[in-house]
Write a protein that binds this ligand. Structure first.
Ligand code: GUN
Length: 286
């Protein structure tokens, strides 16, 4: 079994981005610039955005954080989006999700100019990606395809089973894996699916994005399968300084020995997800 080291690959790709950033600064006269809008004080969102800003610093990007309180109005938020859409000094920006209930998330995502939508969530980018056209691809699916390629994992003709159909992970992942470049035969399983165990056993590549800790057990995995675990559920732990630990959707200890490759949680898909945002921003700056 080979452990897929997302941290190591992310470090390598980050170094490549930093080198390219130096070239872009020479050519454009300024560094690529990523902005983030953060609403409220959710601990998870705050730490994600802080990591994104830190990543920018490490590769030589400029970054800006625009913060609003939970009671921000849609009008105020749209004004901030409009400003970033029209700011030539900003190459790309994101609005960190989730947003408070009184804000319509879809309306917000659609307000972002597609050319600056480095999250790849705008329907124009989703449509282009689906049609196989140049577009911003959302972070987790992009990170996973990079991991598969860097580890030289054969995807062509393989049966790839994806557990979960979210707009952020499962659905775009299923589209990328079915396109000519990855060339897999794809099955998407979701909460309405039957015979989940039987179908999972037939997977050469199993990508799990459900948010259900330990859902995939040993009896659901074929010998030699490739397992990509996207699950990141924060659970309380008295063994860590923070009082929390991240757990995946795969029962790692029992499944790992059966696999040819497996991603750990943390340290597998997570570091790659952050990287994809940098790659999209680099593309936007170009
Ligand atoms: N919330 C959780 N993941 C993401 C992400 O990738 N982008 C944004 N904007 N919000 C998120």
């Amino acid at each position: 079994m080979i452990l897929i080291d997302g941290k190591k690959v992310a470090k390598e790709v980050k170094e490549e981005i930093a080198q390219e950033t130096t070239e872009i600064i020479k050519k454009n006269g300024r560094a690529p610039h990523l902005a983030a809008i953060l609403v409220g004080h959710d601990g998870g969102s705050e730490s994600y955005v802080n990591f994104k800003m830190k990543d920018c610093q490490e590769v030589g990007f400029q970054s800006s954080l625009i913060r609003f309180e939970d009671d921000v109005t849609e009008k105020e938020l749209f004004a901030a989006i409009d400003k970033l859409n029209n700011d030539d000094g900003v190459d790309g920006f994101i609005v960190q999700l989730p947003l408070p209930k009184h804000i319509d998330e879809n309306k917000v995502l659609e307000a972002i100019k597609p050319e600056k939508d480095v999250d790849g969530f705008h329907p124009v980018n989703v449509g282009k990606m689906t049609a196989g056209l140049a577009s911003f691809v959302s972070a987790t699916p992009m990170g996973i395809t990079i991991l598969l390629k860097r580890y030289g994992i054969e995807t062509s003709g393989k049966h790839c089973v994806i557990l979960g159909r979210s707009n952020i992970v499962g659905r775009p992942m299923s589209i990328l894996m079915s396109q000519r470049e990855m060339n897999s035969t794809v099955t998407v399983l979701h909460s309405g699916s039957q015979n989940i165990k039987e179908i999972c056993i037939s997977a050469d590549i199993l990508i799990v994005a459900m948010g259900k800790p330990g859902f995939v057990t040993e009896d659901m995995v074929k010998d030699g399968a490739v397992i990509i675990d996207v699950g990141t559920t924060r659970i309380k732990s008295d063994k860590t300084k923070s009082g929390f630990k991240l757990v995946g959707d795969v029962d790692f200890d029992n499944v790992a020995e059966k696999c040819s490759y497996i991603t750990p949680v943390p340290g597998g898909v997570g570091p790659m997800t952050r990287l994809a945002l940098l790659l999209n921003t680099l593309q936007a700056a170009k």
